[in-house]
Design a protein around this ligand. Structure first.
Ligand code: HBI
Length: 353
C-alpha cells in the first residue's frame, strides 16, 4: 500500500475542463489507485471538485498561464501569488507523510524543485515539447532522476529528444460510463478544448462539405478563435454543446457516426479518442501524435494525412468499412482502468525500488 500525493495541473480547478485531458487522467488514476487500496491525496487549485473523490486539498493563488501560449524562447513567468508555488509549498510541508509525490502540472517549477525534495517525485508529462525552458528542465530531471518521468505516448516523448527511453503510460477510462451504440444518427462529433492547437476549423470545413451535422463539445478556452471559425463558415451545419460531464458527453458522442480529430500539434495522447471508441464510435484522425498510436487504421477508424480536409471527407465516406463493435473491443482490451492501473502501479513501484 502506497501513500501518494497527487499535485494537480495549475491552469484551472479540477472539474472545470480547463486542465483538458490531464484532468481526466488524474481523476481516473486516483480512483484506480484508491480501488487498489493505496492512499491518494489530491492537491489542486481552489474550486476543484470531483464527484467521487472527496477531500481535495484546495490551494489559493493565481492560475498559471497555459503553456501552449508560450513562445519557444519564453522566460519562466509566475504570478506573484502563484497557485503553482502555493501547491508545491504545501507539498514540501507534508512530504514526509507520503511515499511518492506525483506531479501532473506541465510547468517548470515542480521539475526544478525535484532535487530540493526528500520525497521522490514522479512527473507525469501531459504534453509534447512546447518551449525551451521546459524542455531543458525536463531533460535535466530525466537525466538526474532516471525513470521518474512518465509520458502518455512514444511520439509525445520523442518531441523532447531525451537520452533514455522513459515509461509510456498511455491512458484509460472507466468503461462502464460509456454505453455502446450500434446504430448512429447521421452526425459527426468533435471533442476537445476550443483552442487553435486543436484545429477545429478543419472539422467544421468537413461538415460544410459533407453537409453532415457536426456536434462540438469541450471547454470554450479561446473565444476569439471560435468566433473566427463561425465567421469563416457561417452556414456550416455545426452545433456547440459546451463542456459536458462525461455521462452527458458520451450520451451525445455515442450517437455519432465518427469522432473527427484534427490536432495541429503533437497531441500527447487524445483521451477523447478512447472515449469515442468505448462508445463504438470510430475515430478519423490526422496521423500525428497520440491518436496515431491509438487508432487502428482501417479497423477502428482512419489515420489520414495531417491538415487535409479532403482526407477527412474521403475517410468519412468509408465509414461503413468499420465495425463499431471492434471499436468498443479495442477500448476494453487496451484502455480499461485496470490496464491503466497496472501501468501506473508498475511505474510507481519501479521508482520506489
Ligand atoms: N499549461 N502552464 C501549464 N500547466 C499545465 O499544467 C497545463 C498547461 N496547459 C494545458 C494543460 N496543462 C492540460 O490541459 C494538458 O496537459 C492536457
Amino acid at each position: 500500500m502506497l501513500k501518494l500525493l497527487f499535485v494537480s495541473t495549475s491552469v484551472g480547478p479540477l472539474g472545470t475542463g480547463l486542465g483538458g485531458g490531464v484532468e481526466l487522467s488524474l481523476y481516473n488514476i486516483a480512483q484506480e489507485m484508491r480501488r487498489r487500496g493505496h492512499e491518494v491525496q489530491i492537491v489542486a487549485p481552489n474550486g476543484s471538485y470531483f464527484e467521487s473523490l472527496p477531500n481535495i486539498v484546495q490551494i489559493p493563488g493565481e492560475l498559471q498561464m497555459i503553456a501552449q501560449s508560450q513562445e519557444r524562447n519564453a522566460s519562466i513567468v509566475m504570478p506573484g501569488d502563484s497557485v503553482l508555488a502555493n501547491m508545491w509549498e504545501y507539498a514540501r510541508q507534508v512530504q514526509t507523510e507520503y511515499d511518492l509525490i506525483v506531479n501532473f502540472a506541465y510547468d517548470w517549477l515542480p521539475f526544478y524543485l525535484t532535487p530540493f525534495f526528500s520525497c521522490p517525485i514522479a512527473h507525469f508529462v501531459s504534453m509534447g515539447s512546447l518551449y525551451e525552458a521546459m524542455d531543458r528542465t525536463i531533460k535535466q530531471t530525466a537525466d538526474r532522476f532516471p525513470g521518474t518521468l512518465g509520458f502518455y505516448t512514444a511520439s509525445q516523448a520523442q518531441t523532447f529528444a531525451l537520452d533514455d527511453k522513459c515509461p509510456y503510460l498511455g491512458s484509460g477510462i472507466n468503461l462502464s460510463l460509456y454505453e455502446f451504440c450500434a446504430q448512429p444518427q447521421k452526425c459527426l462529433a468533435w471533442l476537445g478544448r476550443i483552442a487553435p492547437e486543436k484545429g477545429l476549423e478543419d472539422a467544421v470545413a468537413a461538415a460544410k462539405i459533407t453537409q453532415i451535422p457536426l456536434k462540438i463539445m469541450g471547454k470554450m478556452q479561446d473565444e476569439t478563435y471560435w468566433q473566427q471559425i463561425v465567421a469563416a463558415y457561417p452556414d456550416a451545419p455545426v452545433e456547440y454543446l459546451g463542456f459536458l460531464s462525461t455521462s452527458e458527453m458520451q450520451q451525445q458522442v455515442r450517437q455519432c457516426q465518427v469522432l473527427l480529430m484534427t490536432p495541429r500539434w503533437v497531441e500527447a495522447f487524445g483521451n477523447v479518442a478512447i472515449e469515442a471508441l468505448a462508445c463504438g464510435v470510430p475515430v478519423i484522425s490526422y496521423r500525428r501524435g497520440g491518436p496515431a498510436e491509438i487508432v487502428q487504421d482501417g479497423k477502428t477508424g482512419f489515420l489520414i494525412e495531417p491538415d487535409s480536409v479532403t482526407g477527412l471527407v474521403n475517410a468519412i465516406a468509408r465509414l461503413d468499412e468499420i465495425d463499431r463493435y471492434t471499436c468498443r473491443q479495442q477500448a476494453e482490451i487496451e484502455f480499461s482502468l485496470e490496464a491503466l492501473g497496472d501501468r501506473f502501479e508498475k511505474w510507481f513501484g519501479d521508482i520506489l525500488n
